[in-house]
Design a binder for this molecule. Sequence first.
Ligand code: ATP
Length: 208
Amino acid sequence: MTKHLKIGITGGIGSGKTTVCSIFEHLGVPVYNADVRAKQLMQESEDLRKKLRLAFGWDVYNKNDELDRAYLAKIVFNNPPQLRILNQIVHPAVFDDYASWVSEQAAAGHPYSVKEAALLIEAKSYKELDKLIVVTCPIDIRLERITKRDGIRREEVLKRIENQLSDKDRLKHADHVIKNSTNFSLIKQVLTLHRSFLEQLATSEPVA
Ligand code: ATP
């Protein structure tokens, strides 16, 4: 069997993670979006539903049986112990789901796959990956893009940015950096990394 590389992509809010991942997808690389998948699992997994109801009460799901995000957000907002409980319930489920997804991608013959998550470093899950890409973008450009994309106020975006790790701290863990300001072509940077991952695999020893 040949080796399958597990690549992580992270970055601050509005840095361009999803945009970068869509370029990898165009190159045929499978992408796992941990934040989207977490939301799906919270909706679909019976085990998670049970655990969330036990921890936060029956009203975590509304009368249509849908996750009440606003209710949950109110509980964990500015409440680190409650947020920790939420993460302790959701993270292991995403961890297992990602592990079986990666096995499927490897079995299907994909040489590498990409996992996108906003908090790869904070949740320490980057340690299970082979390489970490950090997407950076100047704060003024992120502010402009996010206010436009989400229709929210600058102050709101700034507050979220201040609650996250700084780019300086993220870069300490980076194996590769993608710069997403107007001066750098994203496609060119992704193509360079794509080629280097394939080259790395071509020269590595096969897994027994
Ligand atoms: P979040 O942290 O909210 O998940 P993100 O890091 O995934 O965001 P994207 O959603 O990829 O970031 O990008 C934020 C916004 O900026 C989107 O509207 C996207 O279309 C736009 N954008 C990203 N990169 C560029 C670029 N190079 N040129 C123009 N617009 C861009």
